[in-house]
Ligand binder design. Sequence first.
Ligand code: C5P
Length: 317
Amino acid sequence: MRSYTLIAPAKINLYLEIIGDRPDGYHELVMILQSIDLADKISVRAISEQIIRVHCNHPQVPTDKTNLVYRAAELMTKQFPEAAAKHGGVEITLEKNIPVAAGLAGGSTNAAAVLVGIDLLWNLGLTQTEIEELGAILGSDIPFCVAGGTAIATGRGEQLAPLPSLDHIYIVLAKYRSLEVSTPWAYKTYRQEFGHTYLKNTEDLAARAAAVHSGEIVKAIVHKDATEIAQKLHNDLERVVLPAYSQVMQLRELFATQPGVLGTMMSGSGPSVFAIVESEAQAQAVKQYIRKAIPDEDLELFVTRTITHGIQIASSI
Ligand code: C5P
């Protein structure tokens, strides 16, 4: 039976601003999303039984219907019943390297890979936009994960405008293995505390998104100026996550004092924290320093870098 192996990179948020409420209960956001070379490997294989089967090497990752990859395969089966009947079921194998529940879109990028993989497996010939639209049904970050790179995301996070690619900016990433922050909790708490500041009408929301688009951090990205980008990092969700999670705050403070660190920020709803660093050598030095300062085996540390792509095909059989 045919199979495809795909590489699914994580993302970080260089910028996350919550600008309003939406009638669907979500938030209007303006984000700048960036792919990094920390990636999972996903294989998608056609099987003769008409079922969806998920395997994963990570004990924290469920292999049932609660896994986004299962729901991605189920969505494809529902959307393309004839192809599903013709090609049989799908077996998905996940090799996790991206920390889970981290604010790095690990689950979303896996689902994006499954959509791309099944499109290939079933010869559907979907366009990138069509795959992104299917992704948006399952989660706000999935459309970005398909093409990846650097992009402004507005609306729920699913409306994308590409920005010039940022390659080879070095990042140190830290995440406590056992620490998880619930994304719905983070947004709900933000609404309770800061909902009174939300913009109310469509024109104001569009104007705010446009202001970010022509603002300082986008200029820094256009100039590929890592120092300037690092100074303009922003994440509104830090306002609720940092006071509630002292370990995240501590990581943030420790990163900020390290030589070679140009800027530091929590990614998404956390709890991972990243630092933009001048060079790969300095990134390794920062990683070693943090390891010594916090000798806790629960703390995972990665040296990674920005990349210019999303889902890629590694091999096909
Ligand atoms: O879309 P996704 O399933 O990734 O979102 C997870 C949760 O994050 C949602 O259930 C919602 O509570 C919150 N969220 C939000 N506004 C967004 C995106 C996510 O409130 N634009």
